[in-house]
Design a binder for this molecule. Sequence first.
Ligand SMILES: NC(=O)c1ccc[n+]([C@@H]2O[C@H](COP(=O)([O-])OP(=O)(O)OC[C@H]3O[C@@H](n4cnc5c(N)ncnc54)[C@H](OP(=O)(O)O)[C@@H]3O)[C@@H](O)[C@H]2O)c1
Length: 332
Amino acid sequence: MSVELKKMNAIVQKEYGSAPEDVLRISQVAQATIGDDDVLVRVVSASVDRGTWHMMSGLQYPIRLGIGLRRPKALNPGRSFAGEIERVGVNVTDFKPGDEVFGTCDGAFAEFARAKTRRIAPKPSNLSFDQSAAVPVSAVTALQALRDKARLQSGQSVLIVGASGGVGTFAIQIAKSLGAVVTGVCSTAKVDLVSRLGADHVIDYSLQNFASDTRRYDVILDIGGVSRLSVLRHVLAPHGKLVTIGGESSARWIWPTAGRQVRSLFISPFVGQKLLSILASENSEDLSVLRDLIEAGSVAPAIDRSFSLDETAAAIRYVHEGCARGKVIVSV
Ligand SMILES: NC(=O)c1ccc[n+]([C@@H]2O[C@H](COP(=O)([O-])OP(=O)(O)OC[C@H]3O[C@@H](n4cnc5c(N)ncnc54)[C@H](OP(=O)(O)O)[C@@H]3O)[C@@H](O)[C@H]2O)c1
């Protein structure tokens, strides 16, 4: 006797492509099945980040080694989500149906998604599902960059280049909660946002070159990825730490900061400055650290706007074109 799988609405992506409207379709598909160590989540909200576009386009090509060489392995490129547990695998003891959780999974732009328990945690009690979905990828990246890579200490100064986007808006608040003096760099339209989130100083990159300043920083997070290594080193204190997080370009074979990362590897052993990069890894422990910061009122997601599930392509385009002030949500 064949068992008919329940259906759900989901964004479906069968091939790679750089135009979201061309490759993403909303369809009725079978609900995911779960393994013994997984949970099935009813997704309430998901969020978009720069990585969503990379997953959708399969660019730069080396990422296809992980996400599928010729076509995407995941149903759709959504990863960050918040929702309610629908069903748990037989080995799962930490979660039960009805628990409200947030975290990452494959295929979050759907009514249901399968998630690994090591990548989810109970959702912050003081946030909505939309707000919670904003946290996992971007805030974990900011936390790991500041805490683990830069080892930021209270009283240190930090320059955040790209303070107005997904990672940057969390980085400002996490750095402040660690007791740092924060300078944020962003475009004119987003100066008010960066200031409101707690940055002590804001540099509008269209009016001022941060390198022309006499200030020297103990830590620099480079999220924008457009500054030259020599420029960043010029404003970094003699024993300061630079953490390269990201950057965008139209290159297909190498990621935008690859050249800088190679140069950093060669230079770093011979200078007092530490030139580092990060590949963030989402996990339950760091989601719990962030939940504590959020519930204590030290960190709050900056949400730009929400789109519905059938507007997912427009949401991805909005982020890709650099319009977002903070995070963009897909309300499922
Ligand atoms: N290494 C990792 O593990 C990891 C994890 C997550 C993300 N990332 C990468 O980090 C980057 C940012 O991600 P996101 O989600 O935060 O993207 P986002 O929300 O689009 O933010 C991009 C940021 O870059 C800034 N920026 C753009 N042009 C700039 C310029 N010329 N000078 C200074 N800043 C500039 C933007 O400022 P304005 O909008 O004000 O122009 C904005 O603050 C992406 O490349 C992403 O792939 C890496």
